[in-house]
Design a protein around this ligand. Structure first.
Ligand code: SAM
Length: 254
């Protein structure tokens, strides 16, 4: 990496909404990508408890980005998450209202039914994290690709997860060579795809690092940076938890 990369997640990101999810390894990148792109329209397919989605929303708010966010999910679960109960939606809805009222909207429906609410070439950042079979991921991509702006970004979660009948990895392996892409291999893997076109003259550093003048060395450095950034975040959270434990009154310990 020839330019000095000092993204906002390093300076000030403390996740407001921590829940269990395999997305945990990508929080600093998710936060920085939103800060860099400054999306006018962000859409997530598959929100569940909201770890990825609220990372994006937190970045929108803290970086004073004037845009709209939509989280699309039945909030009922699928065969990979298992069916879950209303408490999940209630908790996501409550957090959304409390922190992101006015720019973030939950669309409780099937992805296919939400399509009609979005114009072609309108979405700056699309996150595909729904059902993870090969067929489901390829259908989500085919259905939603036209909605993404030229030069816009599509994220694919789980491109390294080779468990059960997960097939995002297979789909990613097929398409990554046919598009401008960047792959994070850590955690369950995150694929970043850029749609052709758009004005690239003002590209932020993060996009330059992923898509322009890339060498094997610079790509490896960026990957290593985000492995360390997510470990750093996790360590800070552990230290904070320990600190909170130490401050507990003695009679509260049992
Ligand atoms: C892997 S989870 C999302 C994880 C989340 N992004 C995170 O950060 O933890 C997948 C979600 O997609 C939803 N889902 C799967 N297929 C769907 C479809 N066709 N329409 C609407 N929701 C769907 C499920 O209800 C589930 O909550």
């Amino acid at each position: 990496m020839s330019l000095v990369y000092m993204p906002p997640s390093i300076r000030r990101f403390e996740p407001l909404h921590m829940v269990f999810s395999t997305w945990v390894d990508h929080l600093p990148f998710g936060y920085d990508l939103v800060a860099a792109l400054r999306p006018k329209m962000l859409v997530e397919l598959g929100t569940h408890k909201g770890l990825s989605y609220f990372t994006f929303c937190q970045s929108m708010k803290e970086n004073e980005i004037d845009g709209l966010c939509y989280a699309i999910d039945t909030f009922e679960g699928d065969e990979h998450t298992d069916k879950y109960d209303e408490s999940v939606f209630n908790s996501v809805n409550g957090h959304n209202r409390q922190h992101y009222h006015g720019f973030s909207y939950l669309m409780r429906m099937f992805f296919e039914d939400a399509l009609k609410h979005f114009n072609e070439d309108s979405v700056d950042l699309l996150h595909i994290d729904g059902f993870h079979t090969y067929e489901a991921v390829s259908a989500d991509f085919a259905n939603w690709y036209p909605k993404v702006k030229p030069g816009g970004i599509i994220l694919f979660h789980d491109v390294q997860a080779r468990l059960q009948d997960f097939g995002a990895w297979k789909f990613w392996d097929e398409i990554r060579g046919q598009h401008e892409t960047f792959t994070f291999n850590h955690g369950f893997g995150l694929g970043v795809l850029r749609k052709p076109g758009g004005d690239r003259s003002q590209d932020p550093d993060l996009l330059k690092l992923m898509f322009e003048n890339q060498t094997e060395q610079s790509a490896a450095a960026l990957r290593a940076f985000y492995v360390h950034a997510s470990k750093h975040l996790e360590n800070n959270r552990k230290i904070k938890r320990l600190g909170q434990g130490a401050n507990k009154p003695v009679d509260a310990a049992s």
